[in-house]
Design a protein around this ligand. Structure first.
Ligand code: PEP
Ligand code: MN
Length: 348
């Protein structure tokens, strides 16, 4: 249920609404606009009696019942785009954030090199996995905490904020103590205890779409994170599993306009996992920008042939450097631009 306050409402009137909601054992989320406010009511049960009682309070214009199962993540509850900064970059605004880096952190030297190359070519956030969810238990599963230390060193050297995956609730405090953004991977996107732990960690969370996840399930997974206290969630489409085998996954770009329509959360496209093939990545990255994505996550490795994970879908530094001006051109054509590091950081 959404309570729409009359324009020019008084603060006491708003306070009476939220008090009545809390007396009914429910939570309020207030979104303030100029002279306006809407109160999202969250929880169960939302009764007709409560609706009737709220309807007659002074300052209340109307009550809307929301039939969607996700509330905090829905645009009905929060009509403006969610916008927030992570270090020098802002998600959800006019600027498009380019997140780049290798699939896994493989060693200090390799990662620092990848970080410098990513920054030089226009990336504004650094990715890398220290805890890797691998389909086979015999493959490289990441460097663990040492990988996080290396990422923090790369942030120090380049000024780029870092995003990295967390796989278990027990690891959340440690990973959150290093990461600027926590990544929830496709395989864990419906691990509800992990979503709650990540949501309570005090850092923005990027939630990948599971490989067989419906749109509503994805938004409900975001709802878990938001209901645990974290409003700054980024949705990431990374391809879903279909009957097609010529690509690793089927990148569902229609999620960009759909997320924009149904939710206020920023959306990231990951064309690397979305295609599984480096030569297909640039075209899909360009298409994602044209479709209105707020950010891209692109795997870039100093030497993809030697990568310990996902080499086949990783761009090499030259390919990545060739792509970013093309992204900039497409962004310009739709009235946006790529995010830049601020002058102080970029000048080092
Ligand atoms: C990754 O980003 O390297 C990763 C494991 O992605 P996904 O969870 O989308 O497979
Ligand atoms: Mn990967």
């Amino acid at each position: 249920m959404i309570v729409v306050m009359r324009s020019g409402f008084a603060q006491e009137e708003l306070a009476r609404v939220t008090q009545m909601v809390s007396e009914a054992g429910l939570r309020s989320q207030v979104t303030l606009g100029e002279n306006q406010a809407i109160v999202g009511v969250i929880g169960v049960p939302i009764t007709d009696q409560l609706q009737e009682a709220l309807e007659v309070l002074p300052g209340v214009e109307q009550i809307l019942r929301v039939s969607k199962r996700y509330k905090l993540a829905s645009r009905d509850f929060h009509p403006e785009n969610t916008r927030f900064s992570v270090g020098p970059v802002t998600f959800g605004g006019d600027e498009i954030v380019i997140i780049a880096g290798p699939c896994s952190v493989e060693g200090e030297e390799e990662f620092l090199q990848a970080a410098e190359q990513s920054r030089a070519a226009g990336a504004t956030m650094l990715r890398g996995g220290a805890y890797k969810p691998r389909t086979s238990p015999y493959e490289f599963r990441g460097m663990g905490e040492r990988g996080l230390e290396i990422m923090a060193e790369a942030r120090e050297k380049t000024g780029l904020p870092i995003i990295t995956e967390v796989m278990t609730p027990a690891d959340v405090p440690l990973v959150a103590s290093y990461a600027d953004v926590l990544q929830i991977g496709a395989r864990n996107s419906q691990n509800y205890l992990l979503l709650e732990a990540a949501g309570a960690a005090g850092k923005p969370v990027m939630l990948k779409r599971g490989m067989s996840m419906l749109f509503e399930e994805w938004l409900l997974a975001a709802e878990y994170i938001m209901a645990s206290g974290q409003p700054n969630v980024i949705l990431c489409e990374r391809g879903i599993r279909t009957f097609e085998t010529a690509t690793r996954n089927t990148l569902d770009l229609s999620m960009v306009p759909l997320v924009k329509k149904m939710s206020h959360l920023p959306i990231v496209i990951d064309p690397s996992h979305g295609t599984g093939k480096a030569d297909l990545v640039p075209a899909m990255a360009i298409a994602a920008v044209a479709a209105g994505a707020d950010a891209l996550m692109i795997e870039m490795h100093p030497n993809p042939d030697k990568a310990l994970s996902d080499g086949a879908q990783s761009l090499n530094p030259a390919q990545f450097a060739d792509l970013t001006p093309r992204l900039e051109a497409v962004a310009g054509a739709i009235g946006r631009r790529l995010a830049r590091l601020n002058a102080a950081v970029a000048a080092d």
